[in-house]
Design a protein around this ligand. Structure first.
Ligand SMILES: [Zn+2]
Length: 357
């Protein structure tokens, strides 16, 4: 290594200025390239261009040169100084832009769901949980989820479902009538059947969970508003066997049982013919328990084959198409599934109750 600060060597070792300048430029360039952020770049700047930095110190030598050497080397020293300054500015800009981009990127990928200590989390309502479970079962069988209005006309809630004006079935369900003549709060999710069949040609496979209303006095097992799930399948050659198999698969999935027997009793619903009531084997006991009232069977759903009049009402030919429909008491399934003994708990919004799910 040449001691370039010692005067007597300067004149005879001109070539060493060239290599020293090269060495400084290369070292500075490499150090800047390796500086991955603004802090590291600042350290490099101080190391080379600071008050007693390597380049700063080297450039000072010029003062000690003879006037002849100053003439021949001045330009080179000056170029080193200016070029170092310029390349530093370039690298500085580069890193500033990169840092800005990084900040923008972090902002864009800000995770709003990230866990934060002390934050309270909500939970899904038990009706939403069971509804989603039933929807999953039917979506896996190719059904579509349908929705319908809760404020409904007499036509969709009764007439189109084969419940004529003087039909006693209108008394079976105590209806909330609205001040607007002919309008009511739907008493069943079956109105979705009619809306769907009016807008869609068979084959139809829909599942419609939703809230329904009955003008009833409330107690632990009755409420003026509760949830139902309506299912409808219309196509060619749809039979009672399809209905029973579908219901069995659905109930087994809801209650997480490999085998769950169902039994069928005749039932009357004006919009199906024949109509059936489906009971399921009690999923909670082997010998009888309080849930099944020691009978081993639980009433779970009303169903049947779609009445030809209903098909006609929506312009489908009953000779060509057939179908089944069922109405499952979603609220009842929720209560059975979680062992809830008072229906009113489901909409009192008590946090202590809801936090359990
Ligand atoms: Zn039981």
């Amino acid at each position: 290594m040449i001691k370039i600060t010692e005067n007597y060597q300067i004149g005879i070792l001109e070539m060493d200025y060239v290599s020293k300048i090269q060495e400084l430029e290369q070292g500075f360039g490499l150090a800047m390239a390796q500086a991955s952020d603004l802090n590291k770049l600042e350290q490099v700047r101080q190391q080379y261009l600071g008050r007693s930095g390597l380049i700063t110190e080297f450039v000072k030598i010029i003062k000690e040169l003879s006037s002849e050497d100053k003439k021949s080397w001045g330009g080179e020293f000056n170029r080193l100084k200016i070029a170092s300054e310029q390349s530093y500015q370039l690298r500085l800009q580069e890193l500033q832009i990169a840092q800005k981009r990084q900040v923008e990127l972090e902002r864009a990928s800000f995770d709003v769901t990230a866990y934060q200590v002390g934050r309270q989390f909500g939970s899904l309502h038990p009706c939403s949980l069971i509804s989603a479970k039933i929807e999953d079962v039917f979506i896996s069988m190719g059904y579509q989820i349908a929705d319908g209005p809760e404020i409904e006309t007499e036509f969709y809630n009764f007439e189109a479902l084969n419940v004529a004006k003087d039909h006693p079935a209108r008394d079976m369900q105590d209806t909330f009538w609205l001040n607007l003549p002919g309008y009511l709060l739907r008493t069943q999710t079956s109105n979705v059947q009619i809306h769907t069949m009016q807008n869609q040609q068979p084959p139809i496979a829909i599942l419609a969970p939703g809230r329904v209303y009955r003008s009833e006095s409330t107690d632990a097992s009755h409420d003026f508003a509760f949830m139902q799930v309506e299912g409808l399948l219309v196509g060619r050659d749809i039979s009672m066997a399809n209905l029973l198999a579908t219901m069995q698969v659905c109930l087994q999935a809801i209650f997480g049982q490999q085998r769950l027997e169902i039994r069928v009793r005749p039932g009357f619903f004006p919009f199906v013919e024949p109509g059936v009531e489906i009971d399921m084997e009690c999923p909670f006991c082997k010998q009888g328990c309080s849930v099944c009232k020691r009978t081993r069977w639980i009433e779970i759903c009303g169903a049947g084959l779609v009445h030809p009049n209903v098909l006609r009402a929506v312009g489908a030919d009953p000779d060509e198409f057939s179908g089944f429909a069922f109405g499952l008491g979603l609220t009842r399934v929720v209560m059975l599934n979680y062992g809830i003994n008072d229906i009113r708990l489901l909409h009192t919004n008590r946090v202590a109750f809801l936090q359990q799910f």
